[in-house]
Design a binder for this molecule. Structure first.
Ligand SMILES: CC(C)(COP(=O)(O)OP(=O)(O)OC[C@H]1O[C@@H](n2cnc3c(N)ncnc32)[C@H](O)[C@@H]1OP(=O)(O)O)[C@@H](O)C(=O)NCCC(=O)NCCS
Length: 185
């Protein structure tokens, strides 16, 4: 029996410990971490899963980035404790948060990962999107939360420098504009 919830500030170090366990040593040297430094994660999309003993067994985080001036969500890290891998928790957290991202008005998602795993969620190879080196370009993948969202979006992945408050403001503004659009339609 597992329960999922939005990550709370007090979960932070428990999540870091899980990532240390699940990824190779030196994970923070990966180029994707340069895009996360000093940037707050997208809090509503950071979720954890706990088992019946309240032990944290899975976690997912997202960060905002830009590609060619367009707003993009960077998925990851996502990790599941080795003891509970293969039970569907990774898929559950990914599907839950992608759905929530769409509800929040985000249009496109980016990640660096194993294509055979992420293809099942609808991710596809992004040929024209360049992560900071060193990154294997074959592992750069995107997902469209609205059809065509990656069309014409290419270039280097750039770090976003905005405060959490500004991220929230963006989300609110985006929600309002979507609501306006729905009313007009
Ligand atoms: C990758 C990870 C998040 C998947 O979570 P999970 O809960 O174990 O996976 P799920 O139960 O949702 O899915 C299991 C399926 O995914 C497949 N799968 C898992 N990891 C895979 C990988 N790296 N490549 C290809 N397929 C993979 C399994 O073989 C299984 O396939 P099946 O459904 O055909 O039997 C988890 O295994 C993990 O934490 N791994 C270590 C950290 C990591 O690599 N994170 C991802 C990079 S950001």
């Amino acid at each position: 029996m597992y329960t999922t919830a939005q990550e709370k500030p007090e979960d932070w170090w428990e999540v870091e410990a899980l990532y240390d366990l699940c990824f190779a040593p030196g994970r923070t040297l990966l180029s994707s971490y340069r895009l996360r430094e000093d940037v707050p994660p997208v809090a509503p999309l950071c979720r954890v899963a706990r088992d019946s003993t309240n032990t944290l067994v899975a976690a997912i985080r997202y960060w905002p980035v830009r590609v060619g001036g367009s707003r993009v969500l960077l998925l990851g890290p996502v990790a599941v404790h080795p003891v509970t891998q293969g039970a569907g928790l990774g898929g559950l957290l990914i599907r839950e948060t992608l759905h929530a991202a769409g509800e929040l008005g985000y249009e496109r998602v980016l990640l660096v990962g194993d294509p055979p795993y992420y293809n099942r969620f609808g991710f596809f190879h992004l040929a024209g999107v360049e992560m900071p080196p060193p990154t294997n370009p074959d592992r750069v993948q995107g997902l469209e939360l609205i059809p065509g969202a990656w069309d014409g979006v290419h270039g280097e992945v750039e770090k976003v420098t905005m405060t959490e408050e500004a991220v929230d403001t963006f989300v609110e503004e985006r929600n309002e504009s979507w609501e306006d659009g729905a009313t007009e339609a």
